[in-house]
Write a protein that binds this ligand. Sequence first.
Ligand code: HEM
Length: 155
Amino acid sequence: MTDTPISFYDEIGGHEVFARLVDVFYDGVAADPVLKPMYPEEDLGPAKVRLLMFLEQYWGGPTTYSEQRGHPRLRMRHAPFHVDPDARDRWLAHMRAAVDALELPPLHESTLWDYLQRAAYAMVSSFEPAGIGPTATGRDTGTLPVRAAEPPQPH
Ligand code: HEM
């Protein structure tokens, strides 16, 4: 007998179940005209592995993510991307299809889905439509009728 509580990762079926989740999710991303171009690499395979490792670690599985990538700092890692409500809703729609494909018992399903929804809402970094606002590469704002305010000058 052991007193070690079983992790959510083990409860829902471990690696195979998480691998299926990200497989179905990335099938959706690959076909999404807004999300697909956001991914810096043409091949979504490596991004899929990073999400898989992260989710497995988050839910009590292997800690490979942190061994390979360090602290997750997900908000910071998403900062270069234009994550607006449209991107969030698309991300969640593909995740919804992926969660459905797992056919989990209702309690497990809602635990997983609640988390994914909260995480996706937390990742939104812009409420401007794509094409407006600062970008990672520093878009030229010279043509926009706005300027940063001058800092107050000491007298
Ligand atoms: C809300 C909409 C979201 C969009 C549009 C989005 C988009 C992206 C993009 C474009 C990348 C870069 C791909 C790569 O090189 O790995 C990425 C990375 C990643 N995303 Fe998201 N993401 C979203 C939400 C989330 C959420 C909710 C999570 C976690 C539950 C998440 C977890 C990750 C992870 C773990 C990585 C890899 C980070 C790394 O180690 O470099 N993302 N995401």
